[in-house]
Design a protein around this ligand. Structure first.
Ligand code: DAK
Length: 256
């Protein structure tokens, strides 16, 4: 049996590959459980983790959605439970302590695109295609897609894409701000790695707090400005910032 999720640790970066190429990397329960387990517990096994890159196996798809073959047997309760489990997993990715980058190497549809949107950054290859096609199936996005698409590209375009299920290509996705870069596959991977190498040199607490502050902006239960002030206080009081400031004054590189 194929391993649904491959995890490779190299130079302090975890490379996660959704490995169901014959089903265009559709996200079934083992894939979702694998993501959940990695981001809640599994990451602790990797020493000095500085970033995560998520991609799809093969050249055709990042992930062509949730696995449609599992839908017919689901009850209303199953749907609710699956949705809550997936939302919890994706929220954890969004709040993760180090940068998580989606390397979108083909179809990024439905629950697959919701995964890409939960990552902190998205880098696409030129063949990438994006859609929330749930309405074609009489469904709506169940893993936070209606919310995150608005955050990323604004209400007007998000509404159009969610209502029509239209597919857009990588250059349109770049124009709307859905992806940060569009690059050929090798360059796309290099870009993911170089961004993580860059953030790895910064203060780890500053990186973690920045991720949480940006998230707080979109959390209506939180006052983002207050959260920022509190996080600022935490970073200001940290040994890390003492070292960063001291290093600047001594004209040397900080040792975080
Ligand atoms: N699930 C399962 N299998 C899939 C799949 C998917 N999402 N997408 C593709 N495949 C399988 C195809 O069935 C085919 O399998 P075989 O026939 O070879 O066994 C294989 O992958 C290759 O696909 P195609 O032959 O169709 O390849 P093409 O290049 O012709 O077309 C395509 C590529 C991506 C345009 C087409 O495969 C397609 O339209 N796929 C479906 C896209 C889609 O509708 N995705 C699902 C979106 S809805 C929920 C939470 C979240 C969600 C739902 C519920 N709950 C909490 C309950 C999210 C829903 C979605 O993601």
């Amino acid at each position: 049996m194929e391993t649904p999720l491959l995890i490779d640790f190299k130079d302090r970066i975890a490379h996660i590959t959704i490995n169901r190429p014959k089903a265009l990397n559709a996200i079934n329960a083992p894939v979702m459980e694998g993501l959940h387990d990695f981001f809640f517990e599994g990451f602790k096994a990797y020493d000095d983790l500085k970033g995560v890159i998520i991609t799809g196996s093969g050249e055709k798809a990042f992930a062509a959605g949730a696995d449609i073959t599992q839908f017919p047997s689901l009850t209303v309760e199953d749907g609710l439970n699956l949705s809550l489990f997936g939302q919890k997993t994706y929220a954890r990715i969004e709040e993760f302590i180090v940068p998580v980058i989606a390397l979108v190497n083909g179809f990024s549809l439905g629950g697959g695109n919701e995964l890409a949107m939960a990552c902190h950054l998205r880098i696409a290859t030129p063949n990438a295609k994006f859609s929330q096609p749930e309405v074609n199936l009489g469904l709506i996005p169940g893993y936070g897609g209606t919310q995150r698409l608005i955050e990323l590209i604004g209400k007007s375009k998000a509404m159009e894409l969610l209502l029509t299920g239209d597919m857009i290509d990588a250059s349109e996705a770049f124009t709307y701000g859905l992806v940060n870069y569009v690059l050929e596959p090798e360059a796309a991977l290099e870009k993911c790695v170089s961004i993580i190498q860059k953030t790895a040199k910064k203060g780890p607490l500053a990186i973690e707090e920045t991720i949480r502050c940006v998230r707080a902006h979109f959390d209506e239960k939180m006052d983002g400005f207050l959260y920022e002030a509190q996080a600022f206080g935490r970073t200001m009081g940290s040994p890390e910032s003492k070292e960063g400031v001291q290093a600047f004054l001594e004209k040397r590189k900080p040792n975080f």
